[in-house]
Write a protein that binds this ligand. Sequence first.
Ligand code: COA
Length: 178
Amino acid sequence: MKMTEISIPHSERHSSLETRRAIAADIPRLVSLINTTYAIETFLEGNRTDENRLATIMQKGSILVAEDASGQLLACVYFEVRPPDLDGDRPRGYLGQLAVDPAHQGSGLARRIVAAAEDRLRLLGCHAVDMIVLSLRPELPPIYRRFGYIETGTQEFSPVRALKPGYECHGIVMSKSL
Ligand SMILES: CC(C)(COP(=O)(O)OP(=O)(O)OC[C@H]1O[C@@H](n2cnc3c(N)ncnc32)[C@H](O)[C@@H]1OP(=O)(O)O)[C@@H](O)C(=O)NCCC(=O)NCCS
């Protein structure tokens, strides 16, 4: 008899998903997750991160991780509270290094971990949140628009990794009110 595939809604596929702040012991697994997922950015030299760089940013902000019931690391996102802009009196949040294990992409994990990071930023007093998307990743803005972000500006490409010869790139700022 032919088995019929049952479609499970995004929100139920990872119902036992736990999110928590990463600790130093998570760094090796985080480096592996982030570098594996960002290998898609073939227009950049080198790896997205390493243990030293992660340890440094974890002193400035935090990394939220999502794990399944067995403790497998499925996704992460970096979040940081930044000072208010000139006309604001409340801080803004920043999100970066969003990464979902390739085997689990397309199942709603990014939506859930981004929402969890936004909740934390809201509790920390942020009234808005920004992220930067590289112009060489045109598939990303439509995804973030679905999470409520809109394009609010552009900025020069400030490389963590150098661009390979022949490429041009700038940052697209995407923002959301919290
Ligand atoms: C980008 C990335 C984080 C998305 O993670 P994901 O878990 O697959 O995303 P989700 O399953 O939560 O889906 C995101 C939403 O975008 C939608 N979406 C996916 N592809 C889309 C496309 N091409 N156009 C429009 N919407 C799209 C999905 O339907 C979903 O919307 P919904 O929740 O309203 O149905 C993941 O692919 C990844 O880790 N990529 C490599 C690292 C990376 O590029 N990070 C971001 C750098 S800024």
